[in-house]
Design a protein. Structure first.
Lengths: 123, 314
């Protein structure tokens, strides 16, 4: 039997559904990063958060590095930098801890998120 | 450059241009209003490669027939387009016109054939010359007339016509209904929060009466906001409704009394997990409320919002 994927171990799409509100609430209330979300359309944003979590959980996605750059360029222009990226990774970890995801899986998720850093920050 | 064929003529479409913008640029008159894929006033029928994005939110039956929204389609191949026309519209006549306050007019419409809708959905109203605007339905499906609440918008072509010129028995056409902001039965133990300002009350007035009629058990709280007390309307009706239903509560929130509608809600209910929310009206207010309700614990899937998009400049 093949080894279950990270996405399967975390719990697949239901895990994304469980995590998205918790994660997004943290993001919107974190003083370090909430300003980047002022005035955004919450419907669109929730869909983006889901797509992001699905990717970070090792699930199916069709993000490319170029998409990441394009999608965040307007935020980089507003000053998005490493400290903000770190904050998001931290909140992602907190979310998964609250959902009782085991630490080794959380660090795998963090490293997937980490792999997008340079594209997100437009470097 | 791909062409749009319309009424036997070919119109070259620029890269990235929508079908609507292309036809308008060539002087073709196409009904439209929000230009954002919401109001569905610019529904047209096409043959050729149709953008999936331009069919989002349309009924399956319309999609299958090749209908799409001209404002959301960016063709990269030739496309033949024809107006949606009366085939998909419902004929109606103005049955009554009465003022609800100094700026809000209640328009009741009698349809030729019954319109199948949920209270709280919206329709596009077409004047004879093709002018179109969207309005939410304040009525319930079993009622004799459709009810719209029309705010007088300074310089607004449709609202000024309805407020000043339109006569009883004038014929109009309706398209729709559309929108997902309505009461779905199930979870009768879930408390409901309904909030809106101005004519955001129209869909809420339908939704709350629908929920009560369907026997919703848990508390229903309606918050109606206005800048001044004169901006409120249907106060006697809602007060009577609250008297008739123990679980229905009606709160008026007037900005000139120094309490914003979000404060009015959150001071009573700082924690909203387990609630279902209906938020309607001005987009800025709807977005603000949506964020605050979400942060107070309301699940995003339990928030139904209907932001009234303004008509886009032609």
């Amino acid at each position: 039997m093949p080894e279950p994927t990270l996405f399967q171990q975390i719990g697949g799409q239901p895990a994304v559904e469980a995590a998205v509100d918790i994660f997004y609430r943290k993001v919107l209330t974190d003083d370090r990063i909430s300003r980047f979300f002022d005035g955004v359309d919450m419907d669109q944003q929730a869909a983006k958060q889901k797509a992001f979590l699905t990717m970070a959980f090792g699930g199916p996605h069709n993000y490319t590095g170029a998409d990441m750059r394009r999608g965040h360029a307007h935020l980089v222009a507003k000053g998005l930098n490493d400290s903000h990226f770190d904050a998001v990774v931290e909140l992602l970890g907190q979310t998964l801890t609250e959902l009782n995801v085991p630490a080794p899986l959380i660090s795998q998720v963090a490293s997937i998120a980490e792999s997008t850093r340079n594209d997100v920050l437009g470097r | 450059m791909p062409n749009i064929r319309y009424a036997g003529q070919d119109y070259p479409v620029r890269h990235g241009e929508t079908v609507l913008d292309c036809l308008l640029r060539h002087g073709i008159s196409i009904s439209h209003s929000c230009k954002a894929g919401a109001c569905q006033s610019c529904l047209v029928k096409g043959s050729g490669a149709i953008d999936e994005a331009a069919q989002r939110g349309l009924k399956d039956t319309l999609r299958a027939q090749g209908y799409f929204l001209a404002c959301s389609a960016r063709p990269d191949a030739d496309l033949t387009v024809s107006p949606a026309g009366s085939a998909v519209r419902t004929q109606a006549r103005i049955a009554s016109l009465d003022s609800l306050n100094a700026t809000v007019l209640r328009v009741r419409l009698r349809t030729e054939a019954p319109l199948d809708y949920f209270a709280g959905q919206f329709v596009s109203l077409f004047r004879e010359d093709g002018l179109a605007r969207s309005y939410s339905l304040a009525s319930l499906p079993h009622e004799d007339h459709l009810e719209l609440h029309v705010r007088k918008v300074p310089g607004g072509a449709m609202s000024e016509w309805l407020h000043q010129t339109a006569q009883l028995e004038t014929a109009v056409e309706l398209q729709g209904p559309s929108g997902n902001c309505f009461y779905a039965p199930g979870n009768p133990e879930e408390p409901l929060l309904l909030a809106g300002a101005g004519t955001g009350l129209a869909p809420l007035y339908g939704i709350v009466r629908d929920a009560l009629r369907q026997g919703h058990q848990a508390p229903l709280w309606l918050f109606h906001g206005a800048l001044t007390p004169e901006g409120l309307y249907l106060v006697p009706e809602l007060t009577a409704l609250a008297e008739a239903h123990e679980n229905f509560h009606y709160v008026r929130s007037v900005v000139s009394d120094h309490e914003s509608i979000d404060q009015a809600i959150l001071s009573r209910f700082p924690k909203l997990s387990g609630w279902r929310g209906y938020l309607c009206g001005d987009p800025a207010l709807v977005n603000l409320l949506r964020k605050k309700m979400f942060l107070a614990g309301m699940a995003s899937k339990s928030i139904y919002a209907d932001a009234f998009l303004p008509s886009a400049p032609a």
